[in-house]
Ligand binder design. Structure first.
Ligand code: F6P
Length: 507
């Protein structure tokens, strides 16, 4: 199996005390890593760490995870200019805003598009180099690689290619503004299976294909027949690895309660996410402020701890967002702070997994206020850590996770007043109700975990592969039969002569 993603699971960086290995923030890596460990094989990704070149062999490979290697990481190198055009530019300034209803206008630069194409082709070459057979199973991840499936297909016609699109897929009208709509769809349809988080995204894709390409689509089995080949569109909601029973959390180096100097009976609201304009951070900060304003009885008794991992700092809208969040946070603190009360702490830092686990356990409420989100794994991670089945999850209606977790308190993050009153309802929710809701959510996340996600996807891919193999055998048999018939049939000249002889009357 070959996995392809832009982000690598292990990144080496040069630090004053030597080389450090880190796992980057974000749902994709945390979800896929346990699968890669379990399946072995090769994970191809962009080598973006400052010490990545120092830690690979002559073929740009290394065995990971460090200390207990079970699969190969193959790094692909990009120049600064390519990274800027393909990753910051086309992936994150064109496709990201195009696919999310956050009302940030996508920018399409011809040069970014060219870099996107070049980088996709480089990854296709890497897949061809890493393939150990002429029919490997290749799992392509996300919007960085819409062109890659077709490019792999050109190099390895018999590969089984599954593409999983982690983010939303826009409706046909929105997608129609993209100058490269047809090329993107053509690229993607090189896949045998295209996977989405929720059913709506695959409906959107089918609509887009129908409007853009000369093709035949079916809404019965969600397939597209295009260029003599069929692609299937399926829904596989991504998830997390359920923690092993009572997997101990390392002694928490970090305590939000301590750092906010909270009173014993004060409540802790936690929010975690990348510093991204789709995550609804300013909206949630505004709702927190609204709550303190409208319900003064809660002042001094609630605290917000916001973990916003820095992300895509090379894009201006992300830098602006960081400034905006720091400004709002400082203003809220200045407004409500007293000698012994600090309402909120905004941490624009990357947190280690164990620290996050400790925070999930400490919190009374976890808020996921995304404006639009393919799935959102923070919601599932919080649920997984609540072993006592207490705590409240506030979850945006516009995150894919909301479809699987109806027991969470659903919010429209654009509606600040509603967000604030939901926060109040969460603070006042009786323990029994918390338990009932959390218990059900825990059942869901435990059952629909990442192994089930991968299992369903791979099962479909394997079934398709054996169907393709059978078809190939049958076609070859038919071809052999046809040739045999041709050989046993007289040649046309002999046949004509025989016909003429037959028509000539006997003397
Ligand atoms: O949600 C989309 C996504 O690409 C995830 O798949 C990934 O975990 C996250 O964004 C991180 O983004 P980046 O790789 O740009 O830091």
């Amino acid at each position: 199996m070959i996995l392809v993603s832009n982000r690598e699971p292990y990144m080496h960086s040069m630090q004053p005390d030597g080389i450090r290995c880190e796992m980057p923030a974000g749902g994709l890596v945390s979800a896929l890593e346990p699968i890669a460990r379990g399946c072995g094989g090769t994970w191809i990704a962009h080598g973006s760490g400052s010490a990545d070149r120092e830690t690979v062999d002559a073929n740009d490979r290394l065995r990971v995870p460090p200390g207990e290697p079970s699969y190969t990481l193959r790094r692909v190198w990009l120049s600064e200019e390519e990274e800027k055009g393909y990753y910051l530019g086309y992936a994150n300034e064109s496709l990201w805003p195009l696919c999310h209803n956050a009302f940030v206008r996508p920018v399409f630069r011809q040069q970014d598009w060219e870099h996107y194409r070049t980088v996709n082709a480089r990854f296709a070459d890497a897949v061809a180099q890493e393939a150990r057979s002429e029919a490997p199973m290749v799992i392509v991840q996300d919007y960085h690689f819409a062109l890659l499936p077709r490019m792999i297909r050109e190099r390895l016609p018999n590969a089984t290619i599954v593409t999983f699109w982690h983010i939303p897929w826009p409706n046909a009208e929105v997608f129609g503004i993209c100058p490269h709509a047809a090329e993107l769809l053509d690229g993607l349809l090189g896949s045998d299976i295209i996977g989405f988080q929720v059913p709506l995204f695959r409906i959107n894709l089918i609509d887009c294909v129908e409007r853009t390409l000369e093709s035949r689509v079916s809404r019965e089995d969600w397939s597209v027949r295009y260029g003599g080949k069929t692609s299937r569109n399926c829904t596989y909601p991504i998830s997390i690895a359920w923690p092993a029973r009572s997997e101990p959390v390392a002694v928490p180096a970090l305590s939000a309660r301590k750092s906010l100097d909270m009173k014993a009976d004060a409540k802790l609201i936690l929010a975690v996410g990348r510093l991204d304009y789709t995550k609804g951070i300013p909206e949630f900060l505004a709702a927190f402020e609204d709550l303190l304003l409208r319900y003064p009885e809660w002042r001094g008794r609630i605290h917000l701890y916001y973990v916003a991992a820095p992300s895509r700092g090379g894009v201006e809208s992300y830098r602006n967002l960081r400034r905006q969040c720091l400004k709002i946070s400082a203003a809220i603190n200045a407004r409500f702070e007293t000698e012994d009360y600090k309402p909120l702490q905004f941490m624009d830092e990357h947190f280690a997994r164990d620290d996050l686990r400790a925070l999930y356990r400490e919190a009374d409420i976890c808020a996921v206020p995304s404006l639009h989100d393919g799935m959102n794994l923070v919601a599932k991670e919080f649920v997984a850590e609540r072993e006592n089945s207490d705590g409240v999850l506030i979850l945006s209606r516009f995150a894919g996770a909301a479809q699987e977790l109806p027991e969470a308190l659903a919010v429209n993050p654009f509606d600040i007043a509603q967000l604030a009153s939901t926060l109040k309802a969460a603070l006042e929710m009786p323990l029994v109700e918390q338990g009932e809701r959390m218990h059900r959510m825990r059942e869901t996340v435990r059952n629909k975990n990442i192994y089930r996600w991968a299992g369903r996807m791979l099962e479909d891919a394997v079934r398709l592969r054996s169907r393709k193999r059978l078809l190939k055998v049958r076609t070859a048999a038919q071809e052999r039969g046809r040739r045999r018939n041709l050989r046993t049939q007289p040649d046309p000249a002999t046949l004509n002569r025989a016909r003429n002889d037959a028509n000539t009357p006997d003397p």
